[in-house]
Design a protein around this ligand. Structure first.
Ligand SMILES: [Zn+2]
Ligand SMILES: [Zn+2]
Length: 226
């Protein structure tokens, strides 16, 4: 990592970090959210209307910000152009959001896995780059191989929401040799972006089926409307 890379990625101010204090205050300030799915609300609530009607398999969602400026550009640079220093910045912001959240501490951090073809193409899993840094920061073990994503299921394009959700359910599985490591434990699933939530729901469902006691979701950014 270049030790002198101290220009803010967003406002170009020279300082001590790839995201300066002014930009953190402006773009990463906590806002009221649904404690369960992270949806931005007028007032904080343990669960929004959608979560009351159809509770997701995760108990708490922690997110830094809504997906939009400047997070879209930062995440794209991190995801598609490598940029390890951005992984550190994003993991740091996520850690700060975890610190002020009501989510109980997990016993293990698990990245949402990429399908093998995507992993081969990108060369790294951005969720793992976040999870392993968070694990170091928080002193919690991070496990890249416990949750599997065997292969892309049926092509999702052109399918309706319900069909996509059905397809997703079998997209993840717990390594059958390692179920004992999961049994009875609270885990946090880590990802860069939560869009529809379908991926997070499928991964969390697989973890609960695999024996996890509870699953939380930690994401850098969440699309404002699920
Ligand atoms: Zn800045
Ligand atoms: Zn909700």
């Amino acid at each position: 990592m270049p030790a002198l890379a101290s220009q803010c990625e967003v406002c170009r101010q020279w300082g001590g970090s790839a995201l300066c204090a002014d930009c953190v205050a402006r773009f990463a300030a906590p806002v009221p959210r649904c404690g369960r799915c992270g949806l931005r609300l007028a007032l904080p609530a343990a669960a929004c209307g959608a979560c009351l009607r159809d509770p997701p398999p995760f108990e708490h969602t922690v997110c830094v910000a809504d997906y939009g400026f400047p997070w879209d550009a930062l995440i794209a640079a991190f995801k598609f152009r490598g940029r390890p220093e951005l992984a550190a910045v994003l993991a740091g912001r996520l850690r700060a959001a975890v610190d002020v959240s009501a989510a109980p501490p997990p016993q293990c951090l698990l990245p949402v896995p990429l399908a093998p073809a995507r992993l081969a193409e990108r060369g790294y899993n951005q969720a793992w780059e976040l999870a392993r840094r968070l694990g170091r920061m928080l002193g919690v073990p991070a496990e890249a191989q416990l949750l599997w994503r065997p292969a892309d299921s049926v092509h999702q394009a052109g399918l309706g929401r319900a069909e996509r959700q059905r397809n997703m359910v079998d997209a993840f599985m717990v390594d059958p040799r390692r179920r004992g490591e999961l049994a009875g434990r609270r885990v946090a699933l880590v990802d860069d972006v939560m869009t529809t939530g379908a991926t997070a729901r499928a991964a969390a469902t697989a973890l609960l089926r695999g024996g996890a006691a509870a699953v939380d979701l930690w994401v850098v950014a969440r699309t404002p409307d699920d």
